[in-house]
Design a protein around this ligand. Structure first.
Ligand code: IMP
Ligand code: MG
Length: 175
């Protein structure tokens, strides 16, 4: 893998912190009086999940799924595989898929259909980032942190070749 450097900070930690607090508030109001299962899509969404769950005031449980739509490359292969499934049943539960970023939308479209077949009480999507220009299938998040331009970003959980996940800000990679 060629070495890349961080070109610029797109969203700094303070902007992310404010947005996550905002999303947590919205979600808490919408699910008032209910319990919520947060379904975190590994690995990129773990940092977002960790912050978001602490910004939600209704009782939450968490579970994890791992799917792959990419190899080491930055272009979508269009192939979605479940690498790790949920540990719990979602039958009759209010579920919220927690994603780091929606790009082509292929991953989420597959995931949503797969989870709906398990008969949850409800199913919504929260994503921190959305690149609407890149969409190949018709899918939209119910809650979205930021819409961003078509640039490859890393940090705050997002990787390039498993690197850069621990950067506290969301950054654009250069060549
Ligand atoms: P989609 O199926 O094309 O929507 O891809 C979604 C997944 O691709 C995300 O959950 C990320 O893991 C990854 N991805 C898409 N764009 C980026 C990016 O700009 N940086 C890092 N990962 C990305
Ligand atoms: Mg990834």
């Amino acid at each position: 893998m060629s070495h890349k450097t961080v070109k610029k900070v797109l969203l700094d930690r303070e902007a992310i912190r404010e947005k996550v607090a905002d999303l947590g508030g919205q979600i808490s109001r919408d699910y008032a009086g209910k319990k919520l299962l947060l379904i975190c899509v590994l690995k990129g969404a773990v940092v977002f999940l960790a912050d978001l769950m602490r910004a939600i005031t209704v009782p939450v449980e968490i579970d994890f799924m791992a799917v792959s739509s990419y190899g080491a490359a930055t272009e979508s292969s269009g192939i979605v595989r479940i690498l790790k499934d949920l540990e719990c049943s979602i039958d009759n539960k209010h579920c919220l898929i927690v994603e780091d970023i929606i790009d082509s939308g292929l991953t989420l479209k597959y995931l949503k259909e797969n989870l709906l077949a398990r008969k949850p009480a409800s199913l919504r999507i929260v994503t921190l980032l959305d690149k609407p220009e890149r969409r190949q299938v018709d899918i939209a998040p119910d809650y979205c942190g930021f819409q961003i331009p078509d640039e490859f970003v890393v940090g705050y959980g997002l990787d390039f070749g498993e690197q850069y996940r621990s950067l506290p800000d969301i950054c654009v990679l250069g060549e």
